[in-house]
Design a protein around this ligand. Structure first.
Ligand code: ATP
Length: 252
């Protein structure tokens, strides 16, 4: 059987925005972001620049970096939600993006109807849909609310509903944008089961505790480039030091 793999060779991705107002302002250095290039009519946000990286089967890899450093862009690429503009991307294995769980939820439909739609969308076989929907209901703990439109849920109820969709995530390559901090042990154990089953885990998080628990190798992305790759504690220490130095410099 072929082994799961993610391989990026010199991959770059930019977003292009129409210029408006004072574009020079976009060049101001902040504590966020990618590199911004000002063209004649467009601003180019260079979200990933010449990234080369190989992740092999069995690896648990984390992504860290300040806001806007390119983590989500890299995850979306690997999930097939974005295409490569230059360079080469090779993915071997089925990808399961957890971050898409909350997307496409229709607020006028009930929890049950949304769960059914999600099953169809995530490719659950027809014969299993009823079981999955019941599992989502049980995990959500929403009781009768499961039959009511999502727009009648509180924010907390909505996020419980989204977390309860976790059993629908299938695939060999698990891609997670931020760990779901489950207060619920049932959801937590599903998350753990998913990770232990995955052939590759790629997880973006700002939390040292989450990264140290779940990944072995850490990638530090800085303005769309790989700044460091290595053991979690080593790379996180370097990232943390850089953040502290940046904060101190900003205070001066
Ligand atoms: N759809 C988009 N259109 C224009 N620019 C975008 C778009 N999506 C992301 N960007 C820009 O690309 C850069 C990288 O964004 P990305 O979401 O990959 O960062 P991130 O590291 O995941 O950030 P965060 O930690 O805040 O989630 C940022 O400068 C962001 O503003």
């Amino acid at each position: 059987m072929t082994k799961a793999k993610i391989e990026l060779t010199n991959v770059s991705v930019s977003y292009f925005l129409k210029k408006s107002g004072n574009s020079q302002k976009a060049l101001e250095k902040g504590s966020v972001g990618a590199q911004i290039l000002v063209g004649k009519r467009y601003l180019e946000v260079a979200a990933l620049k010449n990234v080369s990286l190989t992740i092999n089967e069995g690896e648990r890899v984390g992504l860290v970096g300040i806001n806007g450093s390119g983590k989500t862009t890299l995850l979306k690429l690997c999930a097939g939600a974005l295409s490569v503009q230059s360079g080469k991307l090779e993915i071997v294995g089925n990808v399961s993006p957890q971050f898409s769980l909350g997307s496409g939820i229709k607020s006028t439909l009930s929890g049950r109807q949304n769960a059914r739609l999600k099953c169809l969308y995530m490719g659950v076989p027809q014969s299993r849909i009823l079981d999955y929907v019941e599992e989502v209901k049980r995990l959500s703990g929403l009781g009768g609310y499961f039959e009511l439109p999502i727009q009648s849920y509180s924010a907390g109820m909505k996020s419980r509903f989204v977390m309860s969709l976790l059993p629908l995530v299938r695939g060999e390559i698990l891609i997670m944008d931020e760990w779901i901090n489950a207060t619920d042990t049932a959801v937590d154990s599903i998350q753990q089961r998913l990770i232990s089953k995955a052939k590759i885990l790629l997880l973006a998080s700002h939390s040292r505790a989450v990264l140290e628990t779940w990944v072995e190798r850490l990638i530090w992305l800085d303005r769309g480039e790989l700044r460091a790759v290595g053991p979690v504690s080593e790379v996180y220490d370097a990232y943390h030091e850089y953040m502290l130095a940046n904060k101190a410099a900003a205070k001066k």
